[in-house]
Design a protein around this ligand. Structure first.
Ligand SMILES: Cc1cc2nc3c(=O)[nH]c(=O)nc-3n(C[C@H](O)[C@H](O)[C@H](O)COP(=O)(O)O)c2cc1C
Length: 192
């Protein structure tokens, strides 16, 4: 199935799994999607904006303000442009801000303005993932109607083994394809 003409906002936050996101961008672009990557400031420590802008064919956005002349990125317009927002990887920090409706960076402001479906692929160390706060945040986000792509079990960057690995990019890509195959249409917080 093609993703031609589908507008996807891909939100990348500051987890080690961000190094896998270039592969996801490549798959989405090959399938024909328009991909706008938004990074949190912390994500820059894990993958470069140059890599992601080259693969997506669009400048990556991190900050509201573009330059010293005061031009700014329009978070509301970008939110309305999106047919789907995908968060991968999502840190414990960004997850909790999404669950509580905080808008302290550009990515979160786009998220708060979006009316489109949202997919969330968390990634963190096993104890952060198992923490009741994280699990409650995931439940809250699922209750908003968002699709959670659960973390998988395996070896983690810390050297520990357990649940917390971001789902592999191929599987996230397949979830995105499956989403666009759905016959139902998501609008205003309900399936119609
Ligand atoms: C090497 C390293 C790896 C990290 N990996 C993760 C991670 O996988 N998941 C996570 O939730 N936080 C991770 N963190 C912590 C986040 O980078 C930190 O909480 C940051 O404030 C997240 O900001 P953001 O949510 O705005 O991107 C890591 C930090 C370091 C130094």
């Amino acid at each position: 199935m093609s993703l031609r003409d589908k507008n996807i906002v891909l939100g990348v936050s500051g987890g080690i799994a961000a190094y896998k996101i270039p592969m996801l961008v490549r798959m989405l672009k090959k399938a024909g999607a328009n991909v706008q990557v938004i990074m949190t400031p912390a994500a820059h420590d894990f993958v470069t904006p140059v890599t992601l802008s080259t693969l997506s064919g669009r400048p990556v956005i991190t900050d509201f303000i573009k330059n010293k002349e005061g031009e700014w990125h329009h978070h509301v317009n970008l939110a309305l442009w999106a047919d789907l927002m995908v968060f991968a990887p999502v840190t414990a920090n960004t997850l909790s801000k999404m669950a509580t409706g905080q808008a302290g960076n550009f990515l979160l402001a786009v998220y708060m303005s979006a009316k489109c479906p949202v997919m969330i692929a968390p990634a963190m160390d096993l104890d952060m993932y198992a923490h009741p706060a994280t699990q409650n945040n995931l439940k809250t986000l699922a209750s908003y109607g968002y699709e959670i792509i659960p973390a998988t079990e395996g070896e983690l960057a810390s050297g520990l083994t357990g649940y917390g690995r971001m789902e592999e990019p191929e599987n996230i890509f397949n979830r995105i394809l499956a989403h666009f195959k759905k016959k139902v249409v998501w609008q205003a917080g309900k399936f119609w």
